[in-house]
Design a protein around this ligand. Structure first.
Ligand code: 13P
Ligand code: SF4
Length: 317
């Protein structure tokens, strides 16, 4: 009787498929994936992939971005209902209203957004490249969608720009409170606080380091400290522990957990590889329009700060 992991390996080889997984997916999924990373890294891998099938273990905006960047590939998701609530949090008509109100406006779209929102945007960003990309834009007025927390964090780094915020947020990161962080600090006074910029500003104010999931993992590995309070989704613990054994990682209580990311399971990966039925579909029209801000992000990010992401776990299988 073959284990489910062996069955996945076999199907993957037969079908020339590659498995991409975000750091928030369950441990077993990260363990079996060919590439594990943050949103930016995974978007770049999706664009370069030569596999016939991409199995994207994440949420819908990630699968959509993979399909937009690599339309010739079949992009499958273990569960097509895995969605990021924040990706929808822009009121209809608001982008047009902002464009009427401000001359010289750039609509900057966090990659955690629907393909339809990307179609109306000038450039995409992720938490690992937002500051550098906005600095490089010629525009003074920036409408940052959908995350007000990442938006206000970025605004503080680019005081020369007028960053207009939108009222959206990640419900998982927004639940982390400064009280929870202080409680962990009392329990572990020597620990450094590492936070994702989707957290509230009072949590960020208590933080020693702020960065994307991959940046947090890199920082923890390079630091002289060996204790960390990690303010992001608990799935990063797998990479933190496997990459940095002997270091200690604590999370706010209760641990932040994204239920949509946890819909990615080994059973569903096996099922979708076998049946090829959870296919990411995007109309040609939407794909063409949404490609522009995504490609602009990838090109600008490379020109302002050459690629440094090396979080591939290729070969784990
Ligand atoms: P990263 O780009 O840091 O991986 O973040 C993705 C995400 O969904 C954060 O909530
Ligand atoms: Fe979306 Fe938040 Fe889940 Fe990330 S953690 S996918 S931003 S709901």
């Amino acid at each position: 009787m073959q284990t489910i992991k062996n069955q996945i390996r076999q199907l993957k080889a037969e079908k020339n498929a590659v498995i991409l997984a975000h750091y928030y997916t369950p441990d077993a999924v990260q363990e079996i994936a060919d590439y594990v990373g943050d949103s930016f890294y995974l978007a770049k891998i999706a664009r370069l992939s030569t596999a016939d099938i991409i199995v994207f273990c994440g949420v819908s905006f990630m699968g959509e971005s993979a399909k937009i960047l690599n339309p010739g590939k079949k992009v499958l998701m273990p569960d097509l209902t895995a969605d990021c609530p924040m990706a929808h949090m822009v009121k209809p008509g608001l982008i047009e209203e902002m464009r009427r109100r401000y001359e010289d406006l750039a609509v900057v779209c966090y990659i955690n957004s629907t393909a339809e929102l990307k179609c109306q945007s000038d450039v995409c960003v992720t938490s690992s490249n937002a500051v550098n990309i906005i600095k490089a834009l010629p525009n003074h007025n920036i409408f940052f969608i959908p995350d007000r927390h990442l938006g206000s964090y970025v605004a503080a780094q680019v005081p020369e720009k007028n960053v207009i915020l939108n009222d959206g947020c990640c419900p998982i990161h927004a639940k982390i409170t400064a009280v929870q962080v202080r409680t962990e600090k009392e329990r572990h006074p020597d620990a450094l606080v590492l936070s994702h910029p989707e957290c509230e500003s009072d949590v960020l104010a208590l933080s020693d380091y702020i960065g994307s999931t991959a940046d947090i993992i890199r920082y923890a590995g390079a630091s002289d400290c060996c204790e960390f309070i990690v303010c992001t989704e608990e799935g990063v613990l797998f990479e933190l522990q496997s990459g940095h054994p002997g270091r200690h990682f604590y999370f706010p209580d209760p641990h932040p957990c994204c239920p949509d990311m946890k819909l990615n399971t080994l059973e569903r990966i096996w099922d979708v590889l076998k049946n090829e039925d959870q296919v990411v579909m995007i109309s040609d029209d939407v794909r063409r329009q949404a490609l522009f801000p995504l490609e602009r992000m990838l090109q600008t990010a490379d020109s302002v700060s050459p690629a440094t992401h090396t979080s591939s776990t290729e070969g784990r299988l």
